[in-house]
Design a protein. Sequence first.
Lengths: 430, 355
Amino acid sequence: MRPLRSGLESRLEKLCFNLRRMRVFRHPVEPFACRRYGMLTRNAFIAPMATSIHIAAPPGVTLTRSADTLTLHLSGEWSMRHKGAATARTLSSLDAPPKPRRIEFESSDLGEWDTSLLTFFERVLDHCRTRGIEVDRSGLPPGVQRLLELAEAVPEKKDARAAAARESFLTRIGNATIEALRSFDEFLDFFGRVTIAFWRLLRGKARFRTSDLMIEIQDCGANALGIVTLISYLVGIILAFMGAVQLQQFGAQIYVADLVSIGVTRDMGAMMTAIIMAGRTGAAFAAALGTMKVTQEIDALATMGISPLEFLVLPRVLALVLMMPLLCLYSDFVAILGGTTIGVGMLGINFTVFVHEAAYATTMTNVLGGLFKGTVYGALIAIAGCLRGFQCGDSSSAVGDAATQSVVMSVVLIVCACGLFAVIFNILGI
Amino acid sequence: MSIELRNIRKTFGDFVALDNINLRVATGELLALLGLSGSGKTTLLRIIAGLETPDAGEVLFHGADATTRSVRDRNVGFVFQHYALFKHMTVFDNVAFGLRVKPRVERPVEAEIARRVHKLLTLVQLDFLADRYPSQLSGGQRQRVALARTLAVEPKVLLLDEPFGALDAKVRQELRRWLKRLHEEIKITSVFVTHDQEEALELANRVVVMNNGRIEQIGTPEEVYHRPATAFVHNFLGNVNLFHGRIENGKVYLGDTAVDVDRAHASASGNGKAVLALRPHLIEIITRPNGKPSFPATVISVNPAGPQVKVELVAEWGDAVQVDVGHERFDELAIAPGARVFLRPKEEKLFVYQI
Ligand SMILES: Nc1ncnc2c1ncn2[C@@H]1O[C@H](COP(=O)(O)OP(=O)(O)O)[C@@H](O)[C@H]1O
Ligand SMILES: [Mg+2]
């Protein structure tokens, strides 16, 4: 049971609590807080700082030693206008030999005081705590004692502390590396579990609904055609244009057709489609599963005897893996069409000649290689999206984070896989 | 099916969410886990369901070790605080879901599924809403659909995590009575989590009071209410005045007044500090001392709205005290804020906890 307090005292305490939460105790000269909350004085709550305009003795601390006890005599007016000179001096003399075992306070000469006095005490108490010096608080003004107790009873805001303690550059690099390795680890683990689920599917043991698969196929197949068309067409135009500017100098415009068809079928088609799908479908997977996680639908599935991995992940991965090659093929076609626009429109090459040259340069190996890459990218995107969705935290804001992280993870995986393919294809001589 | 938990421990990083939990749930029992938010109730329920694995300890289902058994094989039904209904399915499909996704050999034919779903929806009194979507239902209706969905797969154990936590007081009371009747009808072993002491006391066969990841007391509603084992339980189950007193030579002192304590309620022995607990209706207000132990106090405020008059006082040593008096007695006393009165604790009801 709390003892009843007078109105003024409880108001002071509430203010002090607010100040504490705003961390004014640690940053007492923050002008915003001072203006907004005024200052705490012994006698009253004086709202705007500027109204207290009488001149008084500056804050002072005199130290006297007896045996192993150090007494701090406080005097003068303690106000935030006087910066903490007294604090630094006191703290250094606490460390000066002979080291005191105990400190006491004497405050009969103390004038008006405000938060700066509390800040001072906090620093001194902190200092003593770390050095194991005993503190006798009985000499403090009763108001200060009460406020200090209150301040110690309120836990520090964790996030404020985290922001204050900035880690060193190397620490951050180290942490980021560990984080990246861990997230790759998680990906591999999840990949393995999805593989097992696929194995069960092949043996006809996995359970999901065909209607879910169809909906996903529609969503990441037909519904994605619009954006794939737009981006692929533009990529075709850009590729052709960049090539044209260079090749024109040698009168070799016709090779723009080769450039576009080889570049697109081998790499760019799959790559661009994958990036689009990562932003579109991968993020959607993460958000959908993340929401189900937050609303505990995933737990509900599990308790009903259904494996969420089979029921939710398999149809999504399957849909994307099935649709990616088709989208890639379509993207190749549209991008070559974009290249043709430049070839015919800007370079004045005959349409038939351009198409003939492009068809001549396109080889089955390149096309199939591109489609294979696209399929792998599709699997990576789907698995990354589902993984991040499953890992989603418990709040609705976590869903957004999950979606963002899934896109980042997908893009990194796509680029890594692309580099790996380049090396492998090179070794194989494809 | 009976459930037994042995020495369950669960930590999240450095944080100990559950510490050495031992608990037995008898077959057909309705057990309430009662505790403040953050005391580990949900974590315990999830461990029973297999959604979470304990760091140490065993979970036994019907005497057989089920600690490593997967969620799928535990055959539990879980009702979530926020319903967790499938949004894109109708009420009917939600309830039928668990049956439809069974492996082909176990799956009933569609006509049988329809029959069972309608039977369940009738049981939860929502058959007329079968074609609606969850978003078109009220909170109470959603929770009943969630319960029907859970019961559809015929679980051996029913776990409910604050099932009525998100509903308003009136609906909650209704559902409470309804759940009690339902449980009497189907007699399934059930554990439900709540932070509402009234709910726990009204519904459960036995109540488990939890605090900071530990069990404070297990007992029937009557036991935990009338014979609380700790000051926490006493405080948690209804309003109570807690006083700091001390024990000296078999006497309990409240301020300077010695009170006689029925030893049955004193979990204290020897000398030292103690906490004295007394519910507001077990303190009498008198205008002058009558020889029995009493202590002076000042009236701070009076609130006559409600079945009893709530009087707030402050004892001479500064503790705030709340006292409930009947309206008739209040009129007799004729007290107003500022009045000096005496408080007489009904000693036989005073609880003493040593600290
Ligand atoms: N997945 C988790 N990760 C970290 N901490 C958790 C997790 N789940 C629960 N906790 C912590 O464990 C404690 C108990 O949680 P919970 O069982 O949900 O409590 P209750 O249901 O009684 O409110 C809380 O302090 C919570 O923060
Ligand atoms: Mg909970």
